[in-house]
Design a protein around this ligand. Structure first.
Ligand code: SF4
Ligand code: SF4
Length: 432
């Protein structure tokens, strides 16, 4: 039984069944049935591409509203570095952090600060013998889910370090408990301010054996106007940002890789490119690399569907902001330079949940595969989408799985009707 909780959902009342999302979904997770889209839960990786492409705004990301967060006694904001790229002519990150306090958060822990720690520990991690290289970053939850659905042999390449959001959440909780021992767990809300719906799914479902420390996720696009209102008042902020160039760079593709201080890396963004790299790695065609950074969104996290600003503009703003920052504001001390703390690891790799498995029985799977291939060769092969599946192969698979009927194909239906007509004419002709 599928128990995965998704963060991308459909508003049926808005869906016109236009098939746009069908053509864009990278995992063939959408079908059009009864005049509107359906998402096949087992296949969806919460990439948000259908949200970006739906002309009717019928696909939406689910996340918490700020009002729900404000009901907690103690709220800690974890701003993703992408948030800083949303504001025009922002000279100082502290204005954003002050804004978060002014709209009601009690404290702020920057994900950029945690990202600098993860970068420092990644450099240590890569020195370990016995790890499978190239190491694939674990930061993008869409990529992690894609690997767990499609690329079983690549799971051992995943870096077992927790992503920056999770490290920031741990730091936030520890700090709150240290400074406010009077607060109970129920009083505290660790709230990630996210550019991406996949982070919501990650928090709901955990990661391998790991349960997230984040309590709520709000979207950057939701919080932006609240922040803008208070930032316009021009209140001079207390300086407390701990983000350096490295931390801010995580918002854009290539930023995480550049912080490993080693040029044997590859950084790819956009789901099609991610698939190309993973295919090539699976086929053994990528050698002599130490590290692979993959971001499902175009341009990296700045391209997330829950961000507001054009990703190219956000990237340019972050470049300007970075110019006045030190390379890093977080340095490892003492033993930290030798060992990665145990609490920074997750133990179990995400489970392999193959989307292409046709049956639990191997012989049955092979038979179904052969049936799909035969059927596919008989279908028109024009991938028109009129049947409600993204292409003729997916339609053939739906038929073999018992989820669709052959006459759902308009071309096939017309051919069948022609055949029936010809048979009838022949019978009429033959009868005395
Ligand atoms: S893009 Fe998909 S969800 Fe949006 S209206 Fe068309 S069929 Fe419906
Ligand atoms: S979120 Fe991505 S995987 Fe899921 S239905 Fe939309 S496009 Fe497909």
């Amino acid at each position: 039984m599928n128990t995965y909780e998704h963060s991308v959902a459909l508003d049926i009342s808005r869906c016109t069944g236009c098939t746009t999302c069908l053509k864009h979904c990278p995992t063939e997770a959408i079908r059009i049935r009864d005049g509107h889209a359906h998402i096949i839960s087992d296949r969806c990786i919460d990439c948000g591409i259908c949200i970006r492409n739906c002309p009717s705004n019928a696909k939406k990301a689910t996340y918490s509203k700020l009002d729900a967060v404000m009901k907690y006694k103690w709220k800690v904001a974890l701003p993703a570095p992408t948030l800083y790229g949303q504001f025009e002519e922002l000279e100082d990150i502290d204005y954003v952090l002050q804004g978060l306090l002014d709209i009601g958060f009690d404290d702020v822990v920057e994900v950029a600060q945690a990202a600098e720690l993860v970068s420092a520990y990644t450099r240590l991690y890569l020195k370990n013998e016995g790890i499978t290289k190239p190491v694939i970053s674990s930061a993008c939850p869409v990529v992690m889910r894609l690997i767990s659905l499609r690329y079983p042999t690549l799971r051992e390449h995943i870096m077992q370090l927790l992503p920056p959001m999770e490290i920031a959440a741990k730091m936030a909780r520890e700090k709150t408990k240290r400074e406010h021992p009077e607060l109970s767990d129920e009083d505290i809300c660790i709230c990630f301010i996210s550019p991406c719906p996949a982070k919501v799914s990650y928090i709901k479902n955990g990661f391998g054996d790991y349960k997230s420390e984040v309590d709520e996720v709000v979207s950057i696009s939701d919080i932006y106007f609240n922040l803008l209102n208070v930032m316009r008042r021009g209140k001079v902020p207390v300086p407390f940002s701990r983000a350096g160039m490295i931390g801010i760079s995580w918002a854009t593709s290539g930023g995480e890789s550049s912080a490993i201080f080693n040029d044997k890396y590859l950084a790819a963004d956009g789901i099609e490119n991610v698939n190309r790299v993973l295919d090539q790695l699976e086929n053994g065609n990528i050698s002599s690399l130490e590290f692979i950074e993959l971001n499902a969104c175009p341009g990296g996290c700045v391209g997330g569907v829950m961000a507001l600003e054009n990703p190219f503009i956000a990237k340019a703003r972050l470049q300007t902001l970075r110019r006045y920052l030190p390379v890093s504001q977080t340095y490892l001390q003492g033993d930290e330079r030798e060992y990665i703390p145990e609490s920074y690891f997750f133990e179990e790799m995400p489970t392999y949940r193959p989307i292409q498995r046709l049956s639990e029985n191997f012989a049955e799977s092979l038979r179904m595969m052969a049936d799909i291939q035969k059927l596919r060769s008989e279908l028109p092969g024009i991938d028109c989408g009129a049947c409600g599946a993204p292409n003729c192969r997916a339609f053939a698979e739906d038929i073999v799985r018992g989820k669709a009927k052959r006459d759902g194909c308009v071309v096939e239906k017309s051919r069948m009707m022609d055949e029936q007509l010809q048979t009838k004419e022949q019978n009429d002709h033959d009868s005395p």
